[in-house]
Design a protein around this ligand. Sequence first.
Ligand SMILES: C[S@@+](CC[C@H](N)C(=O)[O-])C[C@H]1O[C@@H](n2cnc3c(N)ncnc32)[C@H](O)[C@@H]1O
Length: 225
Amino acid sequence: MNRHSDGMTHHEDHDTSDVADLFTQQTWDARYAETERVWSGRPNPRLVEQVTGVPPGRALDVGAGEGADAVWLASQGWQVTALDVSEVALARTAAHAAEAGVGYRVTTLHHDLMSAAPLPPGFDLVSAQFMHPPAERFAEIHQLLGAAVRPGGLLLVVGHHPYDVTTGLRTGHGHPELLFTPDQVVAVLPATEWDVRVADASTRSVDGPDGPAVATDTVVLAVRR
Ligand SMILES: C[S@@+](CC[C@H](N)C(=O)[O-])C[C@H]1O[C@@H](n2cnc3c(N)ncnc32)[C@H](O)[C@@H]1O
């Protein structure tokens, strides 16, 4: 099983049927409390690909989990706000940042994206890695993320592409509608406000349930005009 930022595997394990349960503090605190480390501890490859070389500033890591991305960003000189609904995850993020010697560059923010409350504004980078909001709130949630980007700043959205359902990588979670294409993300970014630099379906090798497999990621990088 690919444990690298592969959020849907959790739901495969637990056969969660109610979509709303996938976004609660209770669900994620329990998920993180089950085991010492859920994710790999390595930064997401799409983040590294897209952000390496970008001059560091203030970054918001949305759904930061255990903090591997936040720690990587901080190690690149970014001042990071790591946002998550899970306080267990945020405690891990803070601990991992401290262990890595970048605790002074990482602030945690306990926030429920589903509350629709606005996010703090003015970030040079907002990164959402493998956040799959309910389909009916997809546009609203991504607009909230976009509103947190300063003019001239970057929005990076990475998710599992629906193609993964056909490869057997994400068959068991019961919510294939949560996977999204680059076009779905681009559709919620008005061209008057956003210059889309990357809108790709990118493949990578992963450990699948039956051995080596190819996963497809949706990767969208846009600059706010
Ligand atoms: C699939 S994990 C991805 C974690 C991390 N971005 C990664 O790629 O390893 C989704 C994360 O979103 C968080 N999350 C789920 N629902 C949320 C909500 N309503 N508000 C904020 N964060 C939420 C979870 O706690 C979890 O850490």
